[in-house]
Design a protein around this ligand. Structure first.
Ligand code: NAG
Ligand code: NAG
Ligand code: NAG
Ligand code: NAG
Ligand code: NAG
Ligand code: NAG
Length: 400
């Protein structure tokens, strides 16, 4: 009898265990207490890859490889839609509703170092040499190669939609390759544009002055890359940030101190998916370059030590990126509670744009608490961002 009980207990526990692993999202935050199967379920998107997610949604997806001039091998995903207008999304990897608008053919860019673009013709990705890049190289090399590929495949001018670092890199691409950019792009749409980072309220600003002191050690210990995706790091997130309701909000408190506070737009049904899917490797040099933006308040080339600056730039001080030489029309969409991309800094950038690039104006998202992360994860992202964006693009289709 005791043995039977034991057995059934074990059996019961095994079932619970399986369920605990299977169920990964719930309809409301409160449901995460009990994770009962009536209101919680398994969302496979947490543990699959971008092509699988698109295929599961019933759309075709193609994968292309392209090699940059400095020999990084990148992947571009394309959701073919014959005859439609090409739109290039540099969002990190968050899949957005824009991908599935039938007048648009989406391509998804992958910057060097992310999980789909982690190869190089000669360099080993586990070396400091491989990770020796910031968004400067993403703009200079990655966007040139990826947009070239999409332009060749579609034979049409492209709408570029970038988010966060995807905006910084797009300006660098346009500034360094003005002819190439004006030939290939109709417009640059920027979600949460990052150019100036003066006096940002993010907790990152408090850590920024320390970063130059610890960076050499961090780079040595990590060969120049942090937050690299692996089963270990993914399981760490699941255990530390998604294990229960308390953990979920504790991690959010930390994340929102970086990005801006907004619990209202957290989506209980997708948070465990976006947390896992949005984790991507970041090179320490990328962090250093943004820290320089924060510390000096300038849109400047990467600052090495004085000697290397002289060697590379012919000057002890690195040059500024020349905003006056932007020549592709730009549309800025930004949030009032974005701790990375503040209204003041966006306005400063907008004021410096050449007149003929800013005819479309800019768009402040109509929600007071809208923060940096909300641009990819907000519950009401469709009505707050995608609808106005698609309306804007639709009007500019009519104009052209
Ligand atoms: C792209 O490159 C990767 C890795 O080098 C390879 O596995 C894949 O088959 C390539 N895909 C295409 C479409 O060439
Ligand atoms: C990184 O690149 C800079 C110049 O772009 C060079 O001076 C430096 O030696 C490189 N570092 C590594 C580890 O490759
Ligand atoms: C695009 O086509 C041009 C002309 O055929 C070619 O020179 C270029 O290498 C192609 N670019 C890409 C990225 O395929
Ligand atoms: C990581 O996890 C995936 C999915 O659970 C599995 O297919 C893969 O083999 C694991 N990789 C390693 C290196 O353990
Ligand atoms: C910046 O670009 C503008 C427009 O191309 C040009 O007139 C100006 O001389 C450039 N400034 C610098 C410092 O290179
Ligand atoms: C785009 O504009 C056309 C013509 O005005 C309209 O019929 C269509 O509904 C619009 N599509 C979207 C997504 O706004």
């Amino acid at each position: 009898m005791v043995q039977v009980l034991n057995l059934s207990l074990i059996f019961f526990c095994v079932i619970l265990q399986i369920n605990a692993q299977k169920v990964n999202v719930c309809k409301k935050f409160i449901n995460y207490y009990l994770k009962s199967p009536q209101v919680c379920y398994y969302n496979p998107d947490q543990n699959t890859e971008v092509p699988d997610i698109v295929t599961r949604l019933g759309y075709p997806i193609e994968s292309y490889n392209v090699t940059t001039e400095d020999n990084y091998i990148l992947t571009v995903f394309r959701l073919p839609q014959p005859g439609a207008k090409p739109i290039f999304l540099q969002h990190g990897i968050a899949l957005s509703a824009i991908c599935f608008v039938d007048t648009l053919e989406s391509s998804l860019g992958n910057f060097r170092g992310n999980r789909y673009s982690n190869k190089h013709v000669t360099l080993d990705p586990n070396t400091e040499e491989y990770w020796n890049f910031s968004f400067h190289e993403m703009g200079k090399f990655d966007l040139k190669a990826q947009l070239g590929l999409v332009y060749n495949e579609t034979g049409k001018k492209i709408y570029y939609v970038g988010y966060s670092m995807g905006t910084t890199a797009s300006y660098i691409y346009n500034i360094l390759h003005p002819e190439d950019a004006s030939e290939k792009l109709d417009i640059i749409v920027s979600l949460a544009p990052i150019v100036y980072m003066k006096n940002i309220p993010s907790s990152v600003a408090q850590i920024a002055p320390l970063w130059p002191l610890i960076e050499p050690l961090v780079t040595k210990l990590t060969h120049g890359v942090i937050l690299q995706r692996s089963n270990v790091s993914i399981n760490l997130i699941k255990t530390l940030c998604l294990g229960n309701l308390f953990e979920m909000f504790a991690c959010q408190a930390l994340i929102q101190s970086l990005f801006g506070y907004d619990n209202d737009q957290l989506n209980p049904e997708t948070l465990p998916v976006t947390m896992v899917q949005n984790m991507e490797a970041i090179s320490t040099k990328t962090i250093s370059h943004y820290v320089q933006f924060i510390l000096y308040g300038k849109f400047s080339y990467f600052k090495f030590n004085e000697e290397t600056n002289k060697q590379i730039y012919g000057n002890a001080i690195p040059p500024l990126y020349n905003i006056s030489s932007l020549n592709v029309p730009i549309y800025l969409m930004y949030g009032s509670n974005d701790f990375f991309s503040t209204i003041k800094n966006v306005d400063k950038f907008f004021n410096e744009l050449p007149e003929d690039t800013k005819q479309n104006g800019k768009y402040l998202v109509q929600l007071k608490k809208f923060n940096h992360a909300d641009f990819i994860t907000a519950k009401d992202i469709k009505s707050l961002v995608y609808d106005p964006l698609i309306k804007f693009l639709n009007n500019s289709i009519l104009q052209s």
